[in-house]
Write a protein that binds this ligand. Sequence first.
Ligand SMILES: Nc1ncnc2c1ncn2[C@@H]1O[C@H](COP(=O)(O)OP(=O)(O)OP(=O)(O)O)[C@@H](O)[C@H]1O
Ligand SMILES: [Mg+2]
Length: 227
Amino acid sequence: MAAVELQGVDLALGQGAARVHILKGVSLLIERGETVGLVGPSGSGKSTLLMTIAGLERPDSGTVRALDQDLTRLDEDGLARFRGRNIGVVFQSFHLIPTMTALENVATPLELAGAPDAFERARAELAAVGLADRASHRPAELSGGEQQRVALARALVARPEILVADEPTGNLDEATGKQIADLLFAKSAERGATLVIVTHDPSLAARCGRTIRLRSGRIETTTEAAA
Ligand SMILES: Nc1ncnc2c1ncn2[C@@H]1O[C@H](COP(=O)(O)OP(=O)(O)OP(=O)(O)O)[C@@H](O)[C@H]1O
Ligand SMILES: [Mg+2]
């Protein structure tokens, strides 16, 4: 079973004159446990492709399969449930809920899924990213690197098979970005998760087993890392 399989994915977004044909016949196969870097110029469709892989955008045509489930056949509720169980997402700008503490942010996906031990597991996940002592801080009371650790804990807490990250180090200084990348790779390896990272950082892309380069909504090249 592949982690992710896209076939002939086309996607346009926006209305009327602002409509943009973003993904043009994208097909790709990502095996379970792979680490894949998605690179390419600004505007080439990396974020849109990542969101399509994560089931957060629906293609206009083509199919998106994740863990053998055809995402294009699920209704919104089914898709939300599937994502909650199987796909963790990390964004460049963290996307934490500002009124919630770090612990509440991490516990929320589990609570929504009805897990009885949401807070216990969230506390353990925060500890796993080195933030046990920041559980009751709100995002504004945390540094950028700490906020991204909380976001990472939130993405990991349901033990998803697939982890996607859109420029996860893009808002951080070099040293902090490296720490976040180290955590991201360590956690996904430890759990056997599949990791797909969008990045403009060549050193981050070089850490991935494979790099897919997009240009104008099409896959231009795929490069395997040197063994
Ligand atoms: N909701 C939308 N409506 C219309 N056009 C959109 C929408 N979202 C993205 N686009 C356009 O689609 C193209 C691809 O956007 P996308 O965000 O996927 O690029 P990207 O490769 O992630 O770029 P960057 O490296 O700057 O983040 C861009 O030209 C963008 O303007
Ligand atoms: Mg982007």
